[in-house]
Write a protein that binds this ligand. Structure first.
Ligand SMILES: [Zn+2]
Length: 466
């Protein structure tokens, strides 16, 4: 059997491994497997009630309804039906998933949930019962692991096979945390349904749901703009700890530029995605207060528009050096081929003068407020750079510059940053990487970001590094 499975990194790390219980023992869902970061999370009582985006008298008959997520409580005879005991907690986790999506960025965006009619949704109990539908998995394995294909086949047979639904399944038994499109092409039973399942009821429910944000799936092997960087606050890399979605707007989720797309898996896979456009979510609208924001365009962040050796649109150089889209080379040096961010910018530094590579466009800023410029850099040799913020007034006259400390680049990609308050009369800012004169080397630049540090979510008003 070759289902195209997406096993959670939780499972890979062992954290989501379900212990098989004896036939008579009830499975105990790990309720408390909820992320606590990357910024302070509200108590259950303070999590907003998302509510129902669509309400149907029969949730298996959703033809003509808007695209929406159907939440399922799945059980079998091994542990019995504990729906009444769990339903409100499941609804609260679902509400928290919606809150996490909205709070991840300064865009307003929510999950469309499907509900069934017949319950008083003005009470939380009634809302929870409308939102969460119980389903017995007839072929569930008592005393062993019930595979996701068995769950998908059961749901489809019960009528949960509507194309405008994705199924978010809280398993009350030993299963696998994963997401799957149950198609013949994927080696499945052919029901075609998209299911996100887990017996760990926490951050991995959102993690698995996001895997379904593409017509096939969204992988997480590419969840980095730069190679070998996976340990940062993101629900796709650390679902036990962090609710955050793609804080750099450059891997799979960019609500600020919904025409931008990002590779969803490693080379040679060429599928691209922007989960912010998933029709099972509401359309993202700017602006509210949220954890991440970014003032750059996708091209300015990712340098993906031109082919290797080409001239990176949106950038310019001055002084000692010339730039190109990084030519083919070792994967670790090029941010290329085998990772998302398959292209990067190479600056070929010349010694006769300070060299600058700059984002041509100057994003608007507000005087007196703090901004932070991040970028990822590496070199195959060695050399020093600074990051620079150049502040301009409304007449496009340079007012002042704010430089980072001098950074010695290494053969590993690393994130560097500079943060400063926009001076009086500042109206725009230009981002540059400066290489002091006297050096001859080449460096690679990728994953740029400019944050407006007013989001109120982190200590310094900007996202945490990494
Ligand atoms: Zn996963």
């Amino acid at each position: 059997m070759k289902f195209r499975r997406l096993v959670s990194v939780l499972a890979a790390a062992g954290a989501a491994v379900m212990i098989a219980t004896g036939p008579a023992a009830a499975f105990a869902p790990p309720y408390d497997d909820l992320p606590t970061g990357p910024y302070p999370q509200p108590a259950d009582v303070d999590v907003p009630k998302r509510g129902c985006a669509a309400t149907l008298s029969d949730p298996t008959n959703a033809t003509g309804s808007i695209p929406a997520i159907q939440v399922i409580y799945a059980w079998h005879d091994g542990g019995g039906n504990n729906y009444a005991a769990h339903v409100e907690k499941i609804a609260k986790i679902v509400d928290r998933m919606d809150w996490a999506l909205d709070e991840s960025t300064n865009y307003d965006q929510h999950i469309n949930f499907s509900c069934r009619s017949g319950y008083d949704t003005s009470t939380y109990s009634g809302y929870a019962q409308a939102l969460v539908v119980p389903e017995k998995i007839e072929n569930g394995v008592i005393g062993g692991k019930t595979l996701t294909g068995v769950v998908a086949a059961d749901l489809a047979a019960a009528g949960y096979d509507v194309p405008n639904r994705r199924y978010l399944v809280f398993e009350d038994f030993n299963g696998t945390a994963e997401a799957m499109y149950d198609t013949l092409a994927n080696g499945g039973t052919g029901s075609g349904i998209g299911v996100a399942v887990s017996g760990g009821w926490g951050g991995n429910m959102l993690h698995e749901l996001l895997h379904l944000g593409h017509a096939d799936y969204v992988d997480h092997s590419k969840v980095t703009e730069t190679p070998d960087v996976l340990s940062y606050p993101d629900v796709m890399s650390n679902p036990s700890f962090d609710w955050q979605l793609d804080h750099n707007f450059n891997n799979y989720y960019d609500p600020s530029e919904t025409t931008a797309t990002f590779y969803t898996d490693n080379y040679s896979d060429t599928r691209k995605v922007n989960v912010a456009t998933w029709p099972f979510f509401t359309t993202p609208t700017c602006c509210d207060v949220g954890y991440s924001n970014d003032l750059l365009t996708a091209q300015e962040r990712t340098i993906e528009a031109e082919a290797p050796y080409g001239y990176p649109s949106g950038f310019g150089t001055s002084g000692g050096g010339w730039m190109q889209v990084t030519p083919p080379g070792p994967d670790a040096a090029t941010s290329a081929r085998y990772y998302d961010g398959r292209r990067s910018l190479t600056m070929n530094v010349q010694s006769h003068a300070d060299g600058f590579v700059s984002v041509t466009r100057k994003p608007a800023v507000t005087a007196g407020q703090r901004y932070k410029f991040w970028a990822w850099l590496t070199t195959s040799t060695s050399g020093n750079i600074r990051l620079r913020l150049s502040w301009y007034n409304s007449s496009n006259t340079l007012l002042s510059t704010s430089d980072s400390s001098l950074y010695g680049l290494t053969s590993s990609w690393a994130e560097y940053s500079v943060s400063a308050v926009a001076p009086a009369n500042a109206a725009s800012v230009q981002l540059s990487v400066m290489s002091p004169s006297g050096q001859t080397f080449a460096y690679q630049l990728d994953a740029l970001q400019l944050n407006h540090c007013n989001n109120g979510k982190t200590t310094d008003g900007c996202r945490l590094p990494g």
